[in-house]
Design a binder for this molecule. Structure first.
Ligand SMILES: [Fe+2]
Length: 238
């Protein structure tokens, strides 16, 4: 029997498929145990896109339009490393978020909050030789989402991390420290308690460039690992 190249997500790291407080998971989660299929060639080999050059402004969400967006400017940075702390160069890090008023630049978002013509809300960065990446953006606002009575999402930034293959992709969210809405958010609280703190960024004075904006360092960790001769390897940001 062939082994998968990439380790399956260990239990206790990711949220369950169904989490009763998160209403829509009831209709979209499987009702029977999953049939585990072997990882396919396309999952373990692509998309690499490691040679794709990113645009100069893709990691600065405040300079993608004609003018400056409204809101508190922040610098979000982290490193992509493996389980042994070794840097992973060239990882592709993508983010998307709402604007400072809590509204996405998307037709599906009809929240009664202003759009900002100078903020699109999407960016990409490539990890450097040390596994480091950096974004300049605007602190996103909270927004209502109708999950339950007076439900508000805490401020968050969506993340996609691509390792060397589709099977290593991690989709996650970054939250801000000391946000009182975290206690009420079923998406945040669907993450097992021992892993939850990893989703919160930490204020980082050393990562706060003068005159630019407050620095935030990401501490959350990916759970998807690669089996190789050196042992298991995980994608994480630290
Ligand atoms: Fe969101």
């Amino acid at each position: 029997m062939a082994h998968d190249l990439y380790r399956r997500t260990p239990p206790g790291q990711h949220p369950p498929n169904r989490f009763d407080g998160y209403k829509s998971t009831a209709s979209r989660s499987p009702t029977r145990p999953a049939v585990v299929l072997p990882q396919t060639l396309s999952e373990i080999t692509g998309p690499l896109r490691r040679d794709e050059r990113l645009g100069a402004q893709e990691n600065d969400l405040t300079r993608q339009r004609m003018g400056e967006p409204l809101g508190e400017r922040i610098v979000v940075h982290g490193r992509v490393v493996d389980e042994a702390g070794r840097p992973v160069p060239n990882a592709l890090v993508e983010i998307w978020q709402c604007n400072a008023a809590g509204r996405y630049h998307h037709p599906g978002d009809q929240h009664d909050a202003p759009l900002d013509p100078n903020f699109y809300g999407g960016g990409r960065a490539r990890a450097d030789d040390n596994g480091a990446y950096r974004f300049v953006t605007i602190k996103p606002g909270a927004y209502p989402w109708g999950n339950h009575k007076n439900a508000w999402r805490p401020a968050h930034i969506h993340f996609s991390l691509f390792g060397p293959a589709f099977a290593t992709r991690l989709i996650t969210q970054m939250y801000f420290p000391n946000d009182p809405l975290l206690a009420y958010d079923p998406i945040y609280n669907s993450v097992p308690e021992r892993a939850r703190h990893r989703l919160q960024a930490a204020f980082d004075m050393d990562g706060t460039p003068a005159g630019v904006g407050a620095g935030l360092r990401i501490r959350h960790r990916a759970a998807r690992s690669q089996r190789d001769t050196d042992g298991e390897r995980a994608w994480l940001t630290a």
